[in-house]
Design a binder for this molecule. Sequence first.
Ligand SMILES: NC(=O)c1ccc[n+]([C@@H]2O[C@H](COP(=O)([O-])OP(=O)(O)OC[C@H]3O[C@@H](n4cnc5c(N)ncnc54)[C@H](OP(=O)(O)O)[C@@H]3O)[C@@H](O)[C@H]2O)c1
Length: 288
Amino acid sequence: MQTVKLNNGVEIPVLGYGVFQVSPEECERCVLDAIGTGYRLIDTAQAYYNEEGVGNAVAKCGVSRDELFLTTKVWITNSGEEKAARSIDESLRKLRTDYIDLLLIHQPFADYPGTWQAMEKAVKAGKVLAIGLSNFYPDRFVDMAEYAEIKPAVNQLKTNVFSQQWDAEAEMNPYGTRIMAWGPLAQGDPDLTIHPVMVGLAEKYGKTAQQVALRYLVQRGIIAVPKSTHIERMKQNLDVFDFSLTPEDMESIRPLDKPADFRWSHRNPELVKFLLNYDKQFNPNNKG
Ligand SMILES: NC(=O)c1ccc[n+]([C@@H]2O[C@H](COP(=O)([O-])OP(=O)(O)OC[C@H]3O[C@@H](n4cnc5c(N)ncnc54)[C@H](OP(=O)(O)O)[C@@H]3O)[C@@H](O)[C@H]2O)c1
């Protein structure tokens, strides 16, 4: 698996497997399938409520821990130095590991500077190898990157052919922070498979539009973590290393970039309220 080097020297696979919206019941099977297919990077989060499923798969998969790369994220309700520190220990327990390869602040809300302090301490204690951010738009990102003693290794952002994140990338470059793409397949948006540029490139290379979309990210040095519960799609999504897009192909994708939809913007107060209350609504342990 091709890797990229983070700003602290840690190597991360450029393509991984994400488990957002994979149910706790299904997660172990999916991660076992993904590892069996060849994925080594697994991306979970406290707020996916399936870290145990990932941990069980890690324990059963037969691939040694040092060949795997585990990412998880501290949720808003665990923000602040003390709570975040406790939640990191809880994630380690659920993931059945004594270190996390990459730990992110999931959302730029509540006491995230306190969370960062706990994460820096976890790095110094050997519990975490690299730390980063997620959903930090350029203004929030620069604030955190200036504040941080350990500069963020990645910022996980919605990044795909329709959301190319050029401005974010330009702000992150001086800190050596890489984009890690969530939603790399545009979260199943059917436009991906009917857009003429994607259709044309898929035909040119005998690949699917999804494979072209992932190849586009890999060639930009962007780490991507597509999700699928189907093993055939897992295989397909990993099979993007036997062709290259030309510079002209890459340029032909550039006009597909669209302005962000305000409904899903982290600057939309309604979305912020939704995320602040997410745990109450979706945590299976919060019954009633
Ligand atoms: N940091 C954050 O805030 C954040 C937010 C969202 C996601 N993430 C991370 O990023 C990962 C990926 O993002 P995502 O899950 O939102 O979206 P995504 O990977 O862009 O798209 C997943 C969707 O595409 C479908 N799909 C996957 N492979 C396919 C293929 N080869 N052909 C056709 N359809 C395919 C999946 O359906 P099936 O499963 O039915 O195949 C699913 O509906 C997540 O799992 C999570 O780890 C992070």
